[in-house]
Design a protein around this ligand. Structure first.
Ligand SMILES: *Cc1c(COP(=O)(O)O)cnc(C)c1O
Ligand code: SF4
Length: 334
């Protein structure tokens, strides 16, 4: 475990200070983990920059270059070697208004911000043009107008980026505006913050969620049981006691969680923390991520093993996103 002192102003709320103090230098990350800084596999100055909060680094094992949490954030030279697409799931063709992605009946994604608290190397939105499609800025009203005009939309899903990087005041304004739209009944938030920056789940946030008429679901994103330790349990507990339903989505990632043992441990840890597994996504083939790809045949074998070892409610749905499909496409074992 590593100890550090905050360099930033003590006046910021805890989570903002932690975010401002996150590790952004590859050299520093390697030093903190006592790893060889001259490792030729590493990409020292990646275009999609390194960003990882120190609390997440503390959950990594020093001296282990294959640590499953480190693998998720460490830029590697191999990112430049393989193929992949800039817009792998066709988001840009499904945006009726900037930052609003409407693919499936009854629900829409609202890309609330382009910012995240961690940069995941496998992210399929690595190349998303957030600068021109960010409804929390100038195009907010346009997204709300679209929602108002479509009475069949029952659920709004805040996504990003990470919607909980938005501060409580601004998030409150967005939720106020959404609450005015009477046909919206359900609120969903897709966020990694309870896992990577649990201090974000502060009282002001749980109050924001509690006082709403929406039925609210928060879908966290953890790929490995090591991501869930003590602080995350407290954060999740606070959300659960605020009446929020907690689910998890993971991405199946080579070298991180592509084994039944690892995913069984993750499902059990999630359940201990009050969270049910929802989706296990096959990798979306974005440029720079292909070294994480797990073949579908292997994914099916892993799913088989999960089904043989866990109660049904702890087996995530294995899915792939196919552009143009009416939902995520489930992959079954036979
Ligand atoms: C994944 C996704 C959703 C959510 O799908 P669910 O199956 O309801 O979880 C909604 N909209 C878009 C554009 C998505 O990519
Ligand atoms: S937190 Fe989500 S959106 Fe942000 S980099 Fe990671 S996977 Fe991508």
């Amino acid at each position: 475990m590593h100890h550090y002192t905050l360099k930033t102003s003590a006046k910021l709320p805890n989570w903002k200070a932690e975010l401002a103090n996150a590790v952004t230098s590859v050299a520093e990350l390697l030093r903190l983990l006592e790893l060889d800084p001259d490792d030729g596999m590493v990409l020292p100055k990646p275009g999609f920059r390194l960003l990882v909060p120190r609390g997440f680094v503390n959950k990594m094992q020093a001296g282990n270059p294959d640590d499953p949490l480190l693998r998720q954030v460490l830029p590697l030279a191999v990112e430049r070697a393989l193929g992949g697409y800039r817009d792998p799931v066709g988001d840009l063709d499904a945006m009726p208004s900037p930052g609003l992605v409407h693919k499936y009946r009854g629900r829409v994604l609202l890309l609330t911000t382009g910012a995240c608290a961690i940069h995941c190397r496998y992210c399929f939105r690595r190349h998303f043009p957030y600068a021109s499609a960010n409804p929390c800025k100038s195009q907010w009203q346009q997204a709300l107008d679209y929602l108002k005009a479509h009475a069949d939309i029952e659920e709004v899903i805040l996504s990003g980026g990470d919607p909980l990087v938005v501060d409580n005041d601004k998030l409150g304004q967005l939720l106020d505006a959404l609450e005015q739209i009477s046909h919206l009944r359900w609120l969903r938030i897709h966020t990694r913050l309870p896992v990577v920056l649990p201090a974000r789940i502060d009282d002001a946030l749980t109050l924001q969620l509690r006082q709403r008429r929406f039925r609210t679901t928060l879908v966290i994103h953890a790929n490995h049981a090591n991501e869930l330790m003590c602080d995350e349990a407290d954060a999740l507990q606070r959300l659960a006691t605020s009446g929020v339903t907690l689910l998890n989505q993971s991405v199946l990632l080579k070298g991180v969680n592509d084994s039944a043992t690892t995913l069984i441990a993750l499902s059990k840890r999630l359940y201990e923390f009050g969270v049910l597994p929802y989706y296990l996504h096959l990798l979306d083939p974005a440029e720079g991520v292909m070294h994480f790809d797990v073949p579908q045949s292997r994914a099916i074998a892993i799913l088989d093993a999960l089904q043989a070892a866990l109660p049904g409610f702890l087996v995530p749905r294995l899915v792939r996103e196919i552009p143009g499909a009416a939902s995520k496409t489930a992959i079954f074992t036979i």
